[in-house]
Design a protein around this ligand. Structure first.
Ligand SMILES: Cc1cc2nc3c(=O)[nH]c(=O)nc-3n(C[C@H](O)[C@H](O)[C@H](O)COP(=O)(O)OP(=O)(O)OC[C@H]3O[C@@H](n4cnc5c(N)ncnc54)[C@H](O)[C@@H]3O)c2cc1C
Length: 462
């Protein structure tokens, strides 16, 4: 492969370099995304029958359910990240490339990536979701999202930097802005994050900053609907509300929408304003759709798939997990965007692709709902299990920890996480409240603004 050095960047001589992927004489499955769905898919494929090419913009899998613990100094980032090459390191027909997929060219059976075009025989889209700001540009520029590990680390640094700044400030107005935290979205992420911030306030930060009066630290949780955890039972929502307000003094605002944010003050639709330099956006996600397939394949930001996870209108293109919209009798609007769906669809498609290649009929996907859980600080969680079994408190918290350890990928990650949890539990401490990579909020905002302007220019030219 020859590389030409142009004036400002290195470019490959021709685009069709196939990212140095050898042709091993087996049908090639290209999987976009090493998330829950992508990994399970590979685990369930006949590894001798295919050449498997996994593409991901990161070289690791992110265990998103515990991102909030990284953001609140409860866990190290490497406890919830597993290197994708390591997961399949003994598989000779497995090839990983760290690459961002830019589009799909179904006529040529190729994906266009930032490392060149890659040919496929079967394509599986498992790109998951990104944060949905519902068109509010100010919030997109200024709020903290929580979808990726770098975002969780930025938030961790920002929260700790706020307290370092507050301790040196002589302005009560500034101290209020630095020590108020507004979480938007009363789903599991918002509830868990508010609980973790409440724990920091109650047990951890007062030891670090004895000069500050922690009564002034306020955590607001803002939800548009009339209760917390709207995707879970009323029992779970009520318990979470009680625990947050009574134990952690969280200020919960229901039936409340955020209207705008300027980086210093959140404006609610009710007219109320909250001074804060930290607005955390956990209010919604949207699928990561790649340009290239027919427009009709996308509904509500997800690819429409049949009961085999095959994208409507394409023989050899599949979509699994959060990005797939499969309408069934039980789930007419598509399955919930949670990890068990992605895991089960990945596993079923892995088996199905092997069957398809051997000329056998594929099996329908049927979702087995094992229940939903959310934790609210130490010793407390809520759980909704099938057959209307609901429980909460300490037993639910133990079950929550056990399940997360089971699903966490990598033996080392399980041990480190368990170790951190034991330490945090008995010491009422958080071992990782470190500002390793200081976060310059204002600089990051101006960078994001430029990126968004470029994106807008590009879309309006198209
Ligand atoms: C903060 C948070 C908390 C959550 N908590 C829970 C919970 O408690 N329980 C639960 O069941 N679910 C939870 N979820 C949802 C769960 O994480 C998702 O349902 C699950 O990750 C979906 O799996 P997936 O394989 O579809 O996508 P993901 O796991 O999101 O994987 C997508 C992968 O695709 C890659 N990718 C995306 N676009 C590109 C591209 N263009 N090029 C290359 N690579 C790309 C990404 O880097 C990523 O690795 C939570 C999600 C978040 C954000």
């Amino acid at each position: 492969m020859s590389i030409i050095n142009t004036s400002d960047q290195y470019v490959t001589e021709e685009r069709h370099l196939t990212a140095q992927l050898p042709d091993i004489g087996k049908p090639r499955i290209v999987i976009i995304g090493g998330g829950f769905g992508g990994i399970q898919l590979v685990k369930n494929l006949d590894m001798n029958a295919f050449q498997i090419v996994m593409l991901d913009r990161h070289n690791y899998h992110t265990f998103q359910p515990l991102l909030y613990q990284v953001a609140t100094a409860g866990l190290e980032p490497d406890s919830i990240a597993s290197p994708l090459r390591k997961i399949f390191d003994n598989e000779k027909n497995f090839f990983f490339r760290m690459a961002t997929v830019e589009s799909i060219n179904p006529d040529a059976n190729e994906v266009v990536t930032d490392i060149g075009d890659i040919r496929y025989d079967y394509l599986v889209i498992a790109t998951g979701t990104k944060t949905n700001y519902f068109g509010n540009k100010n919030i997109e520029e200024l709020a903290f999202p929580l979808k990726q590990i770098p975002q969780a680390l930025n938030l961790r640094s920002h929260v700790l930097q706020n307290f370092e700044k507050a301790v040196t400030s002589d302005s009560q107005e500034e101290i209020d802005r630095l020590t108020n935290f507004v979480v938007v979205g009363g789903g599991p992420t918002g509830v868990e994050l508010s609980g973790a911030l409440g724990e920091l306030k109650k047990y951890v930060l007062p030891k670090d900053y004895p000069e500050l009066d922690f009564k002034m630290m306020k955590v607001y949780l803002v939800e548009g609907l009339d209760r917390l955890l709207p995707t879970m039972s009323e029992h779970a929502g009520g318990k979470a509300h009680k625990q947050l307000t009574e134990k952690f003094e969280t200020i919960v605002r229901l039936k409340t929408m955020v209207e705008d944010y300027d980086g210093y003050e959140v404006k609610l639709k009710s007219g109320e304003t909250i001074p804060t330099e930290t607005l955390i956006w956990a209010a919604g996600v949207q699928g990561i759709i790649l340009p290239g397939l027919e427009k009709a394949t996308v509904e509500k930001g997800r690819y429409v798939v049949d009961v085999f996870n095959r994208v409507e209108g394409y023989e050899n293109v599949f979509a699994i997990g959060d990005i797939a919209k499969m309408s069934t009798k039980d789930f007419p609007k598509g399955h919930p965007q949670v990890s068990p769906v992605a895991i089960q669809q990945g596993a079923r498609l892995g088996k199905n692709l092997t069957r398809l290649m051997r000329g056998r009929a594929m099996w329908h996907f049927v979702y087995f709902n094992k229940g939903y859980m959310a934790t609210i600080g130490r010793n407390n969680a809520v759980a909704d299990l099938p057959y209307h079994i609901q429980f909460s408190g300490f037993p639910a918290w133990l079950a929550w920890m056990f399940i997360h350890l089971v699903y966490l990928i990598g033996f080392r990650q399980k041990i480190v996480t368990l170790g951190n949890w034991i330490w945090n539990y008995f010491t009422y401490d958080r071992g990782t409240r470190l500002i390793i990579r200081p976060f310059n909020y204002r600089r990051a905002v101006s960078r994001k603004k430029t990126e968004l302007e470029k994106e807008n220019e590009y879309t309006s030219q198209e």
